[in-house]
Write a protein that binds this ligand. Sequence first.
Ligand SMILES: [Zn+2]
Ligand SMILES: [Zn+2]
Length: 116
Amino acid sequence: MFINEELECVVCCYEYSRSDRVPRVLHCSHTFCAPCLEKMSKLDGGIRCVSCPLCRWITCTPVSLTLSGALWVNTDIWDQILEEQQWRKQDALFGNSSACVQKMTSLQYATPARKK
Ligand SMILES: [Zn+2]
Ligand SMILES: [Zn+2]
């Protein structure tokens, strides 16, 4: 659950991706997707400022750099995007998710019997 939340941008609630929603880290170490960072950024003279929606920390980068050039990619999330995609492929191939649902159902089934 926590992992899934981390893989989503809290601003737009879309999952990060390696192409259009690249996870980028602000100087306060909060991560958002690149399109949201672009939207949140404000130009102020020769400086681009991004105010973090979580902690209000203002990250300033030079306008001469693009946001993608000035901010680091969150490599932890980047790596997890790859793993996620691989897991989904495995689920589709071996039907892992349906096996998981069966486990859950049998667990729920077992609980009332134990109470008696
Ligand atoms: Zn976003
Ligand atoms: Zn922050």
